[in-house]
Design a protein around this ligand. Structure first.
Ligand code: SD4
Length: 333
């Protein structure tokens, strides 16, 4: 009797364990079936061209890190783009100063801030990550490091950007303002940092973020884009996030790190972005009405989402089904 009971107990435990393993196996098969990668997503419409470049690497089974670096170099080189890389609008003294960061699936990261004369800050950021024991180099030091690594010194201010700056100077009050884009010719926003997140065929997540920062910023001002945790954050167990808009508010709320941590707690990418935006608005409801901040996120399964304070934020998605999808981000206002 005793033996029989024991047998029944043991066999029922092993039956439940088998069921557990079977369902875990089924779940992981399900996860794999539902996982959508390789995939690359990036901020704004100009992310389409950048994603296509990144896709060349991802579709061949290449590493997400190589993909995001190659992808964001497209807007960095685009002379029509005045908010990233070459031809970016200068600071108030006429200097084009660039910010960028990159992060890989192992938590390695590198960044440059306030760097002048070097056209591809993302590639310098990658070398800071790979060739130095540091995370962030700034200003002249970043430039010197880039030159030592073989980058060329080039004039980044184009005649068009110079003209916009000179037009702005005519009316500008030279004082720190929250949102210098409101003072742009025509009063239009210039929030066009590229943040890119990619998952490669192995399921590894990497990200990159690059910008010339706020147009006509105070000399020396650095925004969120080169700050790991603010403009970009990757945790290969969970997902990645990146931001665009008024960097000060993103830094104050450690925005991208917050989005990733919220996803770790079970938030969907879109809900995580929404909660990060909500916290910014809650702290400064009046100021928030006049600024734009947007977050973009992806989780380990390749599900993505975005949320912004204001309407108008878009992001681009590229995977095996769609190469040039542009999706409007949801917004509070
Ligand atoms: C910054 N976040 O320097 C950047 C600016 C930006 O779209 O995103 N522009 O604060």
């Amino acid at each position: 009797m005793y033996n029989r009971r024991k047998f029944i107990k043991v066999s029922s435990i092993s039956a439940s364990l088998t069921a557990l393993f079977a369902s875990a196996a089924a779940r992981s098969v399900l996860n794999i079936q539902h996982a959508n990668y390789p995939i690359v997503i990036s901020t704004w419409d100009f992310g389409v061209a950048a994603n296509k470049e990144a896709w060349k690497t991802l579709s061949k089974g290449g590493r997400a890190l190589d993909a995001v670096e190659a992808g964001v170099k497209i807007p960095e080189a685009d002379l029509k783009n005045h908010s990233v890389g070459r031809a970016g609008y200068p600071d108030r003294d006429g200097h084009v100063t660039l910010d960028a960061c990159i992060m890989d699936e192992q938590g390695n990261c590198g960044a440059v801030a306030g760097m002048e004369d070097i056209a591809h800050p993302i590639s310098v950021a990658r070398l800071v990550m790979e060739k130095t024991p540091h995370v962030l180099l700034v200003g002249d030091g970043a430039r010197q490091f880039a030159l030592e690594q073989g980058f060329k010194s080039e004039k980044l201010l184009t005649p068009e950007s110079e003209k916009a700056w000179k037009d702005w100077l005519k009316k500008a009050e030279y004082k720190p303002v929250m949102n210098s884009e409101n003072q742009m010719p025509g009063g239009k926003y210039n929030h066009d940092t590229i943040g890119m997140l990619a998952i490669d065929a192995k399921g590894n997540i990497c990200g990159a973020c690059t910008t010339s920062g706020m147009a006509f910023k105070l000399r020396g001002r650095v925004g969120d884009s080169p700050i790991i945790g603010a403009g970009l954050y990757i945790d290969n167990e969970v997902g990645g996030a990146t931001s665009t808009g008024v960097g000060e508010e993103v830094i104050r709320n450690v925005g991208s790190f917050l989005v990733v941590e919220l996803m770790r707690q079970g938030y969907s990418p879109q809900d995580a972005c929404k909660e990060a935006v909500r916290r910014i608005i809650k702290k400064k409801p009046e100021a928030a009405k006049k600024i734009q901040v947007g977050f973009l996120a992806i989780n380990k399964k390749g599900q993505y989402g975005a949320y912004a304070i204001q309407k108008g934020f878009t992001f681009a998605v590229c995977d095996s089904k769609n190469q040039d999808l542009v999706i409007p981000g949801k917004s509070f206002y």
